[in-house]
Design a binder for this molecule. Structure first.
Ligand code: NAD
Length: 386
């Protein structure tokens, strides 16, 4: 196609009435790409995404479409998959509905891009990866945390050799999710029911797999303790329900090179941190604390020498002894940045590393984390192959 020509790409967006589907994927990614005038491909063509909204609730879909000046929406997935110009299927439904949605889309010949986790167990996630591969369609899984400014800066430090030998990583993720009785919960109730695909391990360990591996190295074992600290919550229907899924997980991961990563994930903790997730990395030459946006470092040459003395108040302001890592780059919304990569993968055959096997590896860490918690032991992580 000649330079400066436009071409549209139809994207069937399923689950667009949900938290992630609406805010991060429709508004902050696809509509943002449209607002910036489309996506320029290497040959000069401008790609214009055309969303086709799919959901269960007609009135919600109609109101989203109206608010954003869109005219293509339906509650019938089969109809959407056959719509003229539909090339990509995107899935941000509740996890338990993902496999069926993706299978249908692949059978209809569409490329597929999906939220994590790709499935609720490793075997199904692998089977889905095989189906997608055999169909020869382009496929990708959301791995948004890699695009967080704080973690991009952390990766830059690792690549630049700042840490010397990395010893350990300590991650704190979480915040208080209201129980839904005297204040409305800020997460959907299915998150707290195992039978509906909920649980913080299945939700977060998928992320920890790619975060740990892409920044530090392969994860070789997992040991986790899962807890359901809040046994009963109140749902969207204002009725109490029993929580059957873990709402906090205390995990230890062994990485290549003897690196020990400890990550706490919790919907039952109150934040006394600067950001909702933070990782402290300690190395022989220096340490860093990275969050969603910020990253601070302390080099060995500026490391203080505290002496333990509980009889005296703290003599130093430890937090002020760290240095801010500058951005030195423009950071776009991570979901949008990854969407742009996927669209280039589909339309210009550019590489996209996070396929359904990568998605299955995330599910595997979650599944083995849950097993470790059930059996009370550390579990080695076998290589996954298609
Ligand atoms: N990448 C991330 O950081 C991130 C963050 C949160 C959630 N997620 C993933 O995104 C997906 C959606 O999560 P969410 O928090 O947006 O959930 P949500 O409950 O807000 O949205 C769920 C969507 O699925 C649809 N749905 C279909 N069948 C349903 C059913 N039986 N019950 C309830 N909803 C049903 C809903 O209509 C809605 O559009 C999940 O798979 C979750 O793991 C990813």
């Amino acid at each position: 196609m000649a330079a400066n020509e436009e071409r549209s790409v139809g994207i069937v967006m399923n689950g667009v009435t949900g938290r992630m589907g609406y805010r991060q994927h429709l508004v902050r990614s696809i509509l943002a790409i449209r607002e910036q005038g489309g996506l320029r491909l290497p040959d000069g063509t401008v790609l214009r995404p055309e969303p086709i909204l799919v959901g269960r609730n007609e009135s919600k879909l109609a109101s989203i479409a109206k608010e954003h000046g869109l005219d293509r929406w339906t509650t019938d997935l089969d109809e959407a998959l056959k719509a003229p110009g539909a090339e990509i299927y995107f899935d941000a439904q509740v996890t338990s509905r993902r496999v069926d949605g993706v299978k249908k889309a692949v059978a209809a010949g569409l490329h597929v891009y999906t939220e994590k986790p790709t499935a609720e167990d490793t075997e199904t996630a692998l089977e889905l990866a095989r189906i997608v591969n055999a169909a020869g369609v382009k496929a990708g899984v959301v791995q948004d945390k890699l695009f967080l400014p704080g973690l991009l800066k952390l990766k830059r430090l690792v690549d630049g050799g700042f840490f010397g030998r990395i010893l350990s990583v300590r991650g704190e993720f979480g915040y208080w999710v209201f129980e839904g009785d005297w204040q409305e919960a800020q997460r959907p109730s299915w998150n707290y029911r195992a039978e509906d695909g909920g649980g913080i391990i299945i939700d977060m360990f998928c992320h920890w797999r790619y975060v740990l591996e892409e920044i530090f190295g392969p994860v070789r074992s997992v040991q986790a303790l899962a807890a359901t600290h809040i046994p009963e919550r109140v749902g969207e229907d204002e009725q109490p329900y029993t929580c059957t899924a873990d709402d906090a997980a205390y995990g230890i991961f062994e990485l290549d090179g003897g690196i020990v990563a400890q990550v706490n994930s919790s919907w039952t903790t109150r934040v006394f941190r600067d950001e909702l997730v933070e990782f402290q990395v300690d190395g022989t030459e220096g340490s860093a604390v990275a969050g969603l946006r910020r990253c601070r470092v302390q080099h060995r040459s500026t490391t203080p020498k505290p002496v333990w003395n509980p009889d005296l108040p703290a003599t130093e302001d430890f937090r002020s002894q760290w240095q801010e890592v500058p951005d030195n780059a423009d950071f776009d919304n991570g979901f949008k940045a990854q969407w742009e990569m996927f669209l280039r993968h589909v339309a210009a055959d550019e590489p996209f590393p996070w396929d359904f096997l990568a998605g299955a590896r995330g599910v595997q860490l979650a599944e083995l984390g849950l097993r470790s918690a059930r059996e009370g032991r550390r579990i080695a992580i076998p290589e996954l192959t298609l």
